[in-house]
Design a binder for this molecule. Structure first.
Ligand SMILES: [Zn+2]
Ligand SMILES: [Zn+2]
Length: 427
């Protein structure tokens, strides 16, 4: 399939002037063959450098032709950090077009460097493993901290089915977990709109929801490594980046499920270091969120109103006890508690609408089956986390980001009221 910028522009009445750097997306067998012509049509005629890692260069097997320079990074210990960036930059010349040819890490490094030098970016994903291929930001580890830096979104994307459908199964399963998480992100985004009037775009939400449902329906094909199914997954992952570009934030693609994943990465003292792929953690976070949302949406609005009236942001001492070395960053992030935007009146008036939106979520059991069918983890134990920590994870993960989610609202409510069903062990 070929998706063009014109087709991807939402028809909506959200009031925002959407912009999209990405002009064309090729997801097909032999997509890389379209590179020379498509680059020419987009005016990308200058010398270009390709950045691979050793594995992705082999996977592409000479499909990218005409490069002025090829940089092959050592995949061992390669991370999106200062070392990874320096390893690529040291070998670059004056090229003004950079091609990211790989999976997540190569893309993050390349789009970060492209932003630094004002270069144009072309994306050639080699595995359907993460959702950031078309994103305009880079989640990096700099100075030992996870940070998000401005980066360049790709002008063109060439996802060659023959390459990514043959990627290691674990990478594809991880990408499926990342994609399936959008059920929760989209529900969180719309819930925030209903309760606080936060900016929301029906066109972008629909674009994402449709791609997500197509990927979910393709699970049997993905599990079997069939090209058609893998294309649906790749489409959903690339469109997540497109959705982020269209609204200018990660809102459509990151909610409570990503906060759970993120919590395992920032070194909180009571969680072990989890050496798993991003999408594997997001998949488990999605199941925890779906189960919690299912239980919580039966709350009565009166109890919630009382809870919000009693609500106080956790003290700095509490946050320090929970987050340890990451506490300074968490305290700074939450200086303006996003829950303050949720007024008791909003709960009174909008609770029925919130419940209606949450009732559109799929059953956790169905999503668990899908994840399992593609070989993705489905339980905390599989991530090496004690399942007894679930309640604590649900309660504190929303604080990694000051973004209103249903998880944040319910976790807070349970902390100050008689709403006891929210936390603790699951049935
Ligand atoms: Zn993700
Ligand atoms: Zn819009």
């Amino acid at each position: 399939m070929i998706l063009t910028r014109e087709e991807l522009m939402p028809s909506c009445a959200c009031g925002k002037e959407h912009s999209l750097i990405t002009e064309k997306i090729f997801i097909a067998r032999g997509a890389a063959d379209a590179m020379p012509d498509a680059m020419g049509e987009s005016g990308l005629r200058a010398d270009f450098a390709v950045i691979y890692d050793g594995n992705t260069r082999d996977a592409l097997g000479g499909r990218i032709r005409g490069a002025h320079r090829e940089i092959v990074l050592d995949p061992k210990g390669l991370h999106a950090d200062e070392r990874g960036v320096a390893a690529a930059e040291d070998k670059l010349g004056g090229e003004t077009i950079l091609v990211a040819a790989g999976s997540g890490t190569v893309h993050v490094i390349t789009r970060f460097i492209a932003a630094k030098r004002g270069a144009a970016l072309i994306s050639v994903p080699t595995a359907a493993s993460v959702d950031g291929f078309a994103a305009g930001v880079a989640a990096m580890t700099l100075g030992g901290f996870k940070v998000t830096r401005p980066a360049v979104a790709p002008r063109l994307v060439f996802a060659d089915t023959e390459v990514f459908a043959r990627a290691p199964r674990r990478l594809t399963a991880s990408g499926f977990g990342d994609a399936i998480g959008k059920y929760v992100s989209l529900a969180d985004w719309e819930t925030a709109r209903i309760l606080t009037g936060e900016y929301w775009c029906s066109g972008v939400a629909e674009l994402m929801q449709t791609a997500l449902e197509e990927a979910a329906a393709a699970a049997p094909g993905i599990a079997a490594g069939e090209e058609e199914g893998c294309e649906k997954l790749m489409q959903a992952l690339i469109l997540s980046g497109v959705a982020m570009q269209l609204v200018g934030t990660s809102r459509p693609a990151s909610g409570a499920e990503h906060h759970i994943s993120h919590l395992t990465e920032i070194g909180v003292p009571w969680l072990p270091a989890v050496d798993k792929l991003h999408g594997e953690k997001v998949g488990v976070g999605t199941l925890l969120s779906l189960r919690a949302y299912f239980r919580w949406r039966v709350q009565q609005s009166d109890a919630l109103v009382r809870a919000m009236q009693a609500w106080r942001q956790p003290s700095e001492d509490m946050l320090r006890a929970e987050f340890g070395p990451a506490a300074d960053a968490v305290i700074a992030e939450n200086a303006e508690d996003c829950l303050r935007a949720v007024t008791p009146d909003a709960i009174r008036q909008k609770w029925t609408a919130v419940k209606a939106r949450l009732s559109l979520l799929p059953q956790a059991a169905a999503v668990e089956k899908l994840l399992r069918s593609v070989g993705a983890p489905t339980a905390l134990e599989e991530l090496g986390i004690d399942p007894d920590l679930e309640g604590r994870i649900l309660r504190w993960s929303p604080y990694v980001r000051n973004r209103l989610t249903f998880m944040r609202l319910m976790g807070a409510s349970s902390a100050v009221s008689d709403i006891h069903c929210c936390l603790g062990a699951l049935e």
